[in-house]
Design a protein around this ligand. Structure first.
Ligand SMILES: Nc1ncnc2c1ncn2[C@@H]1O[C@H](COP(=O)(O)OP(=O)(O)OP(=O)(O)O)[C@@H](O)[C@H]1O
Length: 313
């Protein structure tokens, strides 16, 4: 089976000379929820824009279910729904009309039964005759999803679906996305909220300055998340980790004042008790002991940071 989306060596330089994407390659499988994370200006919207035919790539190719988005634009595009970052609808139209119109834009014959199904799935059915300007912000976002689904796409791009949305509505949106996936739609979403990626995604991609710097199964990232560290502030600095402690995963801070022990928080035996005993035997005293759990946020921040340092070199 072809991937739902196959992106190959994609590059984009804007007319200003700004390089927004550098050699990005990525396959997204059918039925996945893929989250693309990255700081402001990383290139997420540019990437989505290219896949959806709104932005021309400078190099590389993109296929939707095997169809080249340039050579076979109409077929490829009809498979894709896009929920843009900004809410853009005609506020004097009704929910029903705007959804039907969006379908028409793809040259598809009217299908009231499909539009009804979409509106019901998004809990918009009782608002179908309401003018969009009378809806709450959250409902307007749902209307944007309804529009994007009106032509029966199998791949849905959500560009920051919950930006500026309150916690309750965010959870609501997550449920909507999960339901869509359960109905067979492949989902690619961009987000600034690491919690969102953590909650929803099967795989996570991190993009920074136009480069895809990491693509990983969320479960693998979560295992890293299970890593905890214990930090021991020593009474007297050490020059090196003593030989007698070499079987522990210890690192010494540059100033020699802190010993850091990494361990798996989910393991039955953390090894802490034995480590503390061993330290006592070695006559190493500490003033303070502190434990931190690394979160996906830490991993993300350190990734972005490490890459910045690499680039500075
Ligand atoms: N039409 C354009 N002309 C010139 N530069 C552009 C254009 N559109 C985007 N850019 C630049 O390309 C870079 C990537 O922008 P893009 O909107 O893809 O980032 P993003 O990851 O979606 O950011 P955000 O999270 O802020 O939405 C930015 O530096 C942006 O200023």
């Amino acid at each position: 089976m072809q991937p739902a989306i196959s992106i190959q060596n994609l590059g984009k330089s804007y007319a200003t000379g700004h390089v927004a994407l550098k050699n990005v390659s990525l396959d997204i499988q059918h039925g996945e929820i893929f989250a693309l994370l990255g700081p402001n200006g990383a290139g997420k919207t540019t990437l989505i824009g290219i896949v959806c035919g709104l932005v021309n790539a400078t190099s590389g190719s993109v296929y939707a279910d095997g169809h080249d988005i340039r050579k076979d634009f109409r077929v490829a595009r009809s498979m894709i729904g896009l929920v843009p970052q900004e809410i853009a609808t005609d506020s004097f139209e009704t929910v029903w009309d705007t959804s039907c119109l969006s379908r028409g834009l793809f040259g598809k014959a009217p299908n009231p039964a499909h539009i009804e199904k979409v509106l019901r799935a998004l809990s918009l059915w009782d608002k179908k005759d309401s003018m969009i300007r009378t809806l709450s912000g959250g409902m307007k976002r749902r209307v944007m999803i309804a529009k994007a689904l009106s032509h029966e796409p199998t791949i849905l791009f959500l560009d920051e679906p919950t930006a500026g949305v309150d916690v309750e509505l965010r959870r609501d949106m997550w449920q909507v996305v999960r339901d869509l996936r359960a109905g067979g739609v492949t989902i690619i979403l961009t987000t600034h909220y690491i919690e969102e990626a953590e909650e929803m995604a099967d795989r996570i991609g991190v993009i920074r300055k136009g480069e895809l710097i990491l693509v990983e199964e969320k479960s693998a990232l979560m295992r890293k998340l299970g890593q905890k560290q214990l930090c021991l502030r020593l009474k007297a600095p050490l020059e090196a980790v003593p030989e007698a402690l070499s079987d522990y995963a210890l690192t010494l801070s540059a100033d020699g004042n802190q010993l850091i022990y990494r361990f798996d928080a989910q393991a039955d035996e953390t090894g802490i008790a034995a480590l503390l005993r061993r330290l006592g035997e070695q006559g190493i005293d500490f003033k303070e002991l502190q434990s931190d759990q690394s979160s996906l946020e830490d991993i993300f921040v350190s990734l972005i940071h490490e890459e910045s340092k690499e680039h500075a070199r």
